[in-house]
Design a protein around this ligand. Structure first.
Ligand code: ARG
Length: 458
């Protein structure tokens, strides 16, 4: 059934109808479309456009349509159905007869598609927020488990200072915590009701928007019908939040890929989440992490597609907007897939804390703390920096253990050195000297863990 046609003299070309139809990708809005229609029908009865018995017929037809959907009996045909809204309207006519023709009074598909998308997205975002929490929980557990595992932190991919693996893992936690906040904001911008906006300029029918809002659980409605019917900020924001999260995940995954390589050997890949090579029998590859990294390209491509779709569109609804779903749904599926697997994969990782400790013992990671030791005994920092640089270079400390050099040898470089320096030469000892709140000192880390557990439940 076509929703329009009176003003046309000739039939549309079949190829064109298939081309312009969105039913192949907007079918997933079916449940939301039924829900919006249900609320709309009740509202029309309330403002006396439908009688009580007409409403009952329509509601029964909506229930039957929903059953068809659940049983897989709701089938679409591109030549007959322009989109999911036409398909549902068609089915309602089949079940309820001519009374179904009263239902679209005062309503445009422009506001309907926006309302459907908002309901659908609201559900997805709530689900995604739950998944993010699960991923955060797995990071917190691992962070706690490895709170005492000393390892080097890297800058420029060169060993920098001692930290703990727990500290590194919590840095991932905080990234996801920002993603959670971003998605919550997206949820707020999604849960706004466009109904009552008409095609662009409202309707002469006194649509009860308060009733619709409470029926559909929207938290507010648009103040401007042009904005309400055509605005796709919620989609743009969702894709931005997803992209942001993928940037985070791809960085985490890059760390895991590096750590699992033989050159680091910090990490054993779990068989359950790795693959082998068809040619090289010895291989075990970090495919989960590589795919997440790779999918970041796809998710950021979807964002670029929507930015290009929206850029320079004239005010009001334009058919271009139909294309928003392709990129959006793809991103929804991809990030849900990643988030669903992430906690299991991360919890299955076996970190080799001995290998990490060995690697932190070499490479002068305590050099900064040694320079600061001299500063605390009155030496200007630039001079201390120079002296420690010399000790590192003269003793080839980039390749040796710092703890192998004697205090007496150090005294040759500065009289300020004393036996108090010994704890700093051991990475675990150096960690205990750290004084700032965000540092990986054991005491500060306890505090960080507390904050993280609070943030998880916030
Ligand atoms: N399938 C359309 C979309 O997704 C629905 C709105 C169509 N509106 C219209 N006036 N043709 O955007």
């Amino acid at each position: 059934m076509k929703l329009w046609g009176g003003r046309f003299k000739r039939e549309q070309s079949g190829d064109f109808l298939a081309f312009e139809s969105s039913i192949s990708f907007d079918f997933r809005l079916a449940r939301a479309d039924i829900e919006v229609n249900r609320a709309w029908a009740k509202m029309l009865e309330k403002i006396e456009i439908l009688t009580d018995s007409e409403l009952k017929k329509i509601l029964t037809a909506l229930d039957d349509t929903q059953k068809d959907l659940e049983k897989g009996r709701l089938k679409a045909d591109e030549a007959l159905h322009e989109d999911i809204h036409s398909l549902i309207e068609d089915r309602l006519f089949t079940y309820a007869g001519s009374v179904a023709k009263k239902l679209p009074a005062g309503r445009s598909r422009n506001e309907l598609v926006s309302a459907d998308m908002r309901l659908y997205m609201r559900e997805r975002i709530e689900y995604i927020l739950g998944l993010i929490k699960g991923a955060q929980r797995s990071l917190l557990e691992a962070g706690t488990r490895y709170s005492g595992a000393v390892m080097p932190a890297f800058t420029h991919m060169q060993k920098a200072v001692p930290v703990t693996l727990g500290h590194l893992i919590l840095s991932y936690f905080w990234k996801l915590n920002r993603d959670k906040k971003f998605f919550r904001y997206v949820l707020e911008e999604t849960n706004i009701m466009p109904l009552g906006g008409g095609a662009a300029g409202g309707t002469t029918i006194a649509v009860d928007t308060d009733f619709l809002m409470s029926e559909l659980g929207f938290s507010r409605s648009f103040a401007n019908s042009i904005d309400g019917t055509s605005n796709r900020d919620f989609i743009l924001l969702f894709l931005e939040a997803a992209c942001n999260m993928q940037v985070h995940f791809s960085g985490i995954c890059e760390d895991m890929i590096l750590f699992s390589s033989e050159y680091f050997s910090y990490l054993k890949l779990p068989d359950e989440y790795s693959t082998g090579s068809s040619l090289m029998p010895q291989k075990k590859n970090p495919d989960f992490f590589e795919l997440v990294r790779g999918k970041t390209g796809r998710v950021s491509g979807n964002l670029a597609a929507i930015i290009n779709l929206l850029k320079g569109l004239p005010s009001g609804y334009n058919r271009d907007l139909q294309e928003d779903k392709v990129s959006l749904f793809d991103t929804v599926d991809e990030i849900e897939g990643i988030l669903k697997l992430f906690p299991a994969v991360f919890s299955a990782l076996e970190f080799d804390t001995d290998a990490m400790l060995k690697s932190v013992e070499r490479g002068s990671v305590c050099a900064q703390a040694l320079a600061e030791f001299l500063v605390m005994r009155g030496m200007p920092f630039r001079k201390a920096h120079e002296i420690i640089g010399k000790i590192v270079s003269d003793n080839e400390l980039l390749y040796r253990k710092m703890s192998e050099i004697k205090v007496a040898d150090m005294k040759v470089y500065s009289e300020l050195f004393s036996a108090d320096v010994i704890p700093i030469l051991e990475p675990a000892g150096a960690l205990r000297q750290l004084a700032t709140p965000s540092s990986p000192s054991p005491m500060m880390f306890e505090q960080q863990l507390r904050l993280a557990y609070e943030a998880l439940e916030e």
